[in-house]
Design a protein. Structure first.
Length: 210
């Protein structure tokens, strides 16, 4: 059975979602609440590939593949691969030394409006939950309950085993909780949403590619 998605990303595995050198906006510790690790979209996407590219060490045959992905950059800040074979090749390269990365697929209404859709074989996907993301910004889970759990009473227990929202039906309630924490000054402020989707908040479903 084929279904529609927005595309693929190579991201760090939940427990490896860290950079001890704290380059860019990356944390030295993987976001987690006890044994539950954040498994959303905001996990150092394409990190190992881009790092080698900027160091001049990315193999020549992979450079156009990376450029193909980054050429679709837009204000969402989410660079997707639309070809599963290419995504798998980039995953294999990223994991050539140590298995620090995994391949995910994402789907969301606003991402689909921005980037179009890609058909995938659903038998290759295990859907694991929903992330809530400020397009052009960060995950409101990672920067919310995982960063300041005391500001989100009850929400730690509402996350599933993958550290995600279990259903799209609860994303509106979580967004309200985030806005409450925002009013208290304990989380980053959200920009105003504009009609052309800039800085819109989107519920993004995350799937692991098997």
């Amino acid at each position: 059975m084929t279904i529609n998605s927005s595309g693929f990303l190579v991201v760090r595995s939940p427990e490896k979602n860290r950079d001890v050198q704290k380059r860019g906006a990356f944390s030295a510790e993987a976001p987690h609440l006890g044994p539950v690790y954040y498994s959303g979209i905001d996990r150092m996407p394409w990190f190992d590939i881009e790092e080698d590219f900027y160091k001049g060490g990315l193999p020549d045959d992979l450079v156009p593949l990376l450029r193909r992905i980054t050429s679709s950059s837009d204000f969402s800040g989410i660079n997707l691969c639309t070809d599963l074979t290419i995504a798998r090749d980039l995953l294999n390269y990223s994991n050539r030394r140590t298995v620090d990365n995994e391949l995910i697929v994402v789907r969301a209404k606003k991402l689909a409006a921005l980037k179009g859709i890609v058909e995938i074989d659903e038998t290759q996907i295990r859907w694991i939950g929903y992330d809530l993301v400020c397009l052009g910004g960060a995950s409101l889970l990672r920067d919310g309950v995982f960063s300041v759990p005391t500001a989100f009473p009850g929400w730690q227990g509402s996350l599933n085993q993958d550290g995600l929202l279990p259903s799209s039906s609860v994303t509106a309630a979580y967004l309200q909780a985030y806005k409450t924490a925002m009013a208290e000054g304990v989380v980053e402020e959200l920009p105003e949403e504009l009609p052309n989707f800039v800085y819109a908040v989107d519920a993004i479903e995350i799937g692991r590619v098997t």
